[in-house]
Every structure is written in C-alpha cells, then in structure tokens.
Design a protein around this ligand. Structure first.
Ligand code: C2E
Ligand code: CA
Ligand code: CA
Length: 414
C-alpha cells in the first residue's frame, strides 16, 4: 500500500520526536496523521477513529505507557498495524514485542530510536490491509467436533502436505516432513491447529497417525523410484506412545511397504507431561532399535527440553521456529540457537532449523554450522503432486542455492 493511502497515529511524549515523525510522514504525503502525547490520549483517539491504519508508538511515556496502551488496543480488537519506536534497551524491546504478539496486536516492526526514514519506510512496507489478512484464515471460526473430524477421516479427506528438508552445506534436498491437512468439502484446506488437539483429547489421534504414516510411506517410495534418495518425517503425538504395541505395528507397516526404517523419521513434540513414561520409552527405544530416526521437535519450548535428551535415543534435534526467526535480531534467541546447535553436535544429533523464512536466516544458520533447514524460504508445505513437480523444477534450475546433486537423474533423463 502506498503511504499516501494510509492514516497514522503517532503516540510520543517528546515533542521533538513527535514533530520529526509528523514531518517525515507529511513529506511522504501520508493521507492523515494525528498525534497523542501519551497512551491515554491515544486510546481515546482510537475509540473515536478505530480505522487508523498504522500506530507508531513509543513505550516509555507518562500517564499511560506504551505497554498499557497496546494492551488496550489489543483488547479493543484494533485491526491495523503497530510500529514500536523506542529508545529502550533491546532486551526490553524484545519483551515488548513478545507482549504485543500475546495481546494479538499486529506488530509490523520495532525500531530503536533515533528513527530514520529508511527504517520507517521499511516497517511501513510490511503493513497489510486487514481485509487482505482475512483471506489467509483457513480455519473456520467454529470448532469441529470429534465426530466431524472422524467422519472426515472415514471419508479419506485427510492427507499429508510435504515440506522439504534441505542440507545447508550442499543445498541438497534430503527429505520431507509430512504435515496433516484436511481437505474439507465445504471449508477447503484446513490446518492441523483445528483438529490435532481435538483428536488427542478424544483419544482418536492414532486414526490420523495411521493415515499419515501410510501416505507418507507411499510418497517416500515414489520419490525414491524417481531416483531421488529421500527420507520422510511423520509427526507423532505422545498420546500414541501410551500403547506399547505401537512400535511393533509401525515397524510392520513400514516393512510391508518394503521401505527401510532408516528412511522414516518420527518427530516428537511434547506439549504436556507424559502420562505413561514407561510405555513411551519402551516404544521409542524399540523404534530406534528397528532403525527409525527419532527427532525432538520444537526443541527449547515447553516440555521439549534437555531432560528428554538424556533418556530418549534421538537422532535429530529440531530447533523451534521462534529461535530461528528471532536469531538475526535478538541476542537471547541467537544464544538459544547457538547453544542448541552445540548440544546437537556434542550428542551427535543432526540439527534442523525450522521456520527459515529469509536469506539472512539461511546465511546465519549456514555460518553457525546447522545441518538442515526447513521453511518458507525454501518452500511451503505442498500437496504431493506439487512437491514432485517442485523437485523436478529444482533439477532444471542449477543455479538455485538448493540445487541438488541428488537430482542429477532428472537432469540426465531429459
Ligand atoms: P511442527 O511439526 O512444528 O511443524 C512446523 C509447522 O510450521 C507447520 O505448521 C508448517 O507449515 C509451519 N512452517 C513451516 N515453515 C514455516 C515458515 O517458514 N514460517 C512459518 N511461520 N511457519 C512455517 P502446520 O502444518 O500448521 O502444523 C502445525 C503443527 O501441527 C506441527 O508443528 C505439528 O506439531 C502438528 N502436526 C502436523 N501434522 C501432524 C500429524 O500428522 N500428527 C500430529 N500428531 N501432529 C501434526
Ligand atoms: Ca514437526
Ligand atoms: Ca516444530
């Protein structure tokens, strides 16, 4: 959107700073600029005109500070964008950023003062009109009942989308993660957030797991017959591990399809403490003995932490997206990332960074010696045919940084 089409609310107690922002925006021909000298004034202005596109907000202000104002804006359901401009230390800015997100404020940037036009313009370019954002919603507002989900499963409406895992040093595609999608006849493609937890809570997550495992195995076979050596990763709910029969059944399924277990990696996320630790450990140890890969997902968050590493025979450590995303700009996240990589190296685990979205993140990970990367920068999760076409396309574009020498068979066959 052009700046000339946008309205702004500047919340800043220092006169000079406030005037400077007004001048910059006026010079860029902003449609409308209003100002407030503290959070209280701003909150009142926002009640009068909630349609303001972008709020530029200082944090440290008298009467009502920026934190409280952003809380009010979030609670009032403000739909525009917010840009924090502050002279506070970067650790405080990081905390304010996290807080804004928790209050569902659409934060488009955090700028340390002094604000320059370049920084301002860059942040403003991230603003998207609220209508545009609405289309992204793939989860209907209403929650599904377990019966609706199970019906979808019976009707074979669930399938994996695949997202490539790429070797950071060579650019080779080494595998793909299977992510569940519900192809709903009325609502379109539905993401896991709308059904995983419900299936787990109703004790039916295994039904989805078997669908995902079978389809992922078939996919892996297809890719391998194309001459691309590739593994596949399937997400496994901890709930599924309560049944001690699981490992044997998984191994039998893979064997029936003539796939080597080493081609299958099971990714484990722990969102709650395990109820049946004994059974979980028995299953996981047996799976590892059978040759399956075991990945600790979302490492560094929730229960997915150090203690798990000491008792489960993992082969891979997946660093949570939040540390990857913030590593470029936030010191604390970078320290977490670096330490996680060090732990992986010392324990002889493959390290995977998830949620890689930018060249900067890719470069940093490469520099830090991370093994594998996954994320929108490389490719979004794709339905099976799109994934296969993507692989073929990759073989035709030899200059891509993800070029795969593994893909040579495609090139020579042409
Ligand atoms: P996860 O295993 O951590 O998967 C990564 C999530 O990040 C996926 O979301 C993926 O689409 C998304 N993602 C990948 N790259 C990027 C990126 O660059 N930026 C951003 N912002 N996001 C990225 P998705 O597909 O919505 O899955 C969410 C979670 O649902 C998964 O998190 C996993 O825990 C769970 N899940 C997915 N499929 C299954 C399944 O078959 N069984 C079980 N039990 N859980 C599943
Ligand atoms: Ca995963
Ligand atoms: Ca994850």
């Amino acid at each position: 959107m052009k700046i000339a089409e946008l309205s702004f609310l500047i919340v800043e107690d220092e006169e000079f700073q406030r005037q400077m922002l007004v001048e910059m925006l006026k010079a860029a021909k902003a449609k409308n600029v209003v100002t407030a000298t503290n959070g209280q004034e701003a909150a009142e202005l926002l009640v009068q005109d909630p349609s303001v596109d972008i709020i530029i907000c200082d944090l440290d202000m008298p009467v009502m500070d920026g934190l409280e104002f952003l809380r009010h804006a979030g609670e009032a359901g403000y739909r525009g964008s917010v840009l924090i401009a502050s002279a506070l230390h970067h650790t405080l800015l990081a905390a304010a950023e996290a807080m804004s997100k928790a209050y569902s404020v659409n934060l488009i940037g955090v700028i340390s003062k002094p604000v320059t036009w370049q920084l301002l313009e860059e942040a403003i370019s991230r603003h998207a009109a609220p209508e545009a954002k609405l289309h992204v919603r793939s989860v209907p507002r209403r929650a599904f009942t377990p019966d609706e989900i199970l019906h979808g499963l019976t009707e074979d409406q669930f399938e994996p989308f695949f997202q490539p895992k790429v070797d950071l040093a060579t650019g080779r595609v080494v595998g793909a993660e299977a992510l569940a999608r519900w192809r709903h006849p009325q609502h379109g493609i539905i993401a896991p957030a709308a059904f995983i937890k419900i299936l787990e809570d109703s004790g039916k997550i295994d039904e989805l797991m078997w669908v995902m495992l079978r389809k992922a195995i078939v996919f892996c076979g297809t890719v391998n017959t194309m001459g691309v050596e590739s593994s596949v990763a399937v997400n496994l709910s901890l709930k599924s591990l309560n049944n001690v029969e699981l490992a044997g059944r998984v191994a039998a399924t893979v064997e029936r399809h003539n796939l080597d277990p080493s081609k299958v990696c099971l990714e484990l996320t722990e969102s709650a403490a395990t109820t049946n630790l004994g059974a979980a450990l028995e299953n996981l140890t047996r799976l590892r003995m059978a040759g399956f890969g075991l990945s600790i997902d979302d490492f560094g968050t929730g229960y997915s932490s150090m203690q798990q590493l000491t008792r489960i025979p993992f082969t891979e450590l997946k660093i949570d997206r939040s540390f990857v995303t913030n590593a470029v700009n936030h010191e604390a996240a970078r320290v977490m990332l670096t330490s996680s990589l060090q732990i992986a190296r010392q324990l002889n685990l493959k390290s995977v960074a998830e949620g890689v979205e930018t060249q900067q993140e890719w470069d940093l990970l490469q520099e830090l010696g991370c093994d594998l990367a996954q994320g929108y920068f490389i490719a979004k999760p794709m339905e099976v045919n799109d994934y296969l076409n993507w692989l073929k396309e990759l073989a035709r574009t030899p200059n891509s940084i993800f070029t795969s020498s593994i893909l040579a068979p495609f090139t020579s066959r042409r």
